[in-house]
Design a protein around this ligand. Structure first.
Ligand code: IMP
Length: 178
């Protein structure tokens, strides 16, 4: 088992990059089918979603645009249970079909908060495309429409996901060792 150290923690390889890429392909195919007659805008939640979003975007076949935001809820390996908008919405999304792009959905706090922000911005509708979903932790009633990788409740890094800012550049996804 390949182990690495990020800051003070040891991580073990969990999902190889080939599997992540296959998951992105599946998500793209679903979005291409669902939005074939639409022009959605992808709302990319920085920093974590940047790699997944860049890869997903190149696989989309309909005319589409992107807009970036930065709403954070995590510090280290813990949720703060407060969603802080470091970069907010910076364009008019009235009447738009929005697809939020995330690296990972955990409790769904960030997603729920973004849905409220987007509802107030009078968008037409909102869907979520996430590279990973912690299925056992997600406890909101809003559907998570496009899920690349359903994963258990363990802290992960790599492929955009970070531990205190580090580890995003790892192509594979690693899981923390107990
Ligand atoms: P939620 O608001 O609880 O759904 O948490 C979502 C946010 O927490 C994501 O955008 C990530 O930034 C961060 N996050 C949650 N779980 C992890 C993890 O295992 N690794 C890295 N970041 C995570």
């Amino acid at each position: 088992m390949e182990k690495i150290t990020v800051l003070d923690k040891t991580f073990v390889k969990y999902i190889p990059v080939q599997e992540v890429n296959a998951a992105t392909e599946r998500v793209a195919q679903q979005i291409n089918e669902d939005y074939k007659n639409d022009k959605p805008i992808l709302l990319v939640n920085l920093n974590g979603a940047m790699i997944f979003a860049a890869e997903l975007l190149q696989k989309l076949t309909m005319p589409c645009r992107i807009s970036c935001i930065k709403f954070v809820s995590y510090s280290g390996m813990q949720s703060t249970h407060t969603v802080t908008p470091l970069i907010g919405l910076n364009e008019d999304l009235t009447g738009q079909r929005v697809i939020i792009v995330e690296d990972i959905v955990d409790t769904g706090e960030t997603y729920e908060h973004l849905c409220e922000v987007l509802q107030a911005a009078k968008v037409k509708d909102v869907r979520m495309a996430t590279m990973a979903l912690k299925t056992d932790v997600y406890n909101r009633s809003i559907p998570v429409h496009y899920v690349g990788l359903p994963i258990p409740n363990k802290f992960v890094v790599g492929h955009g996901l970070d531990y205190d800012g580090w580890g995003r550049n790892l192509p594979d996804i690693y899981q923390v060792c107990e």
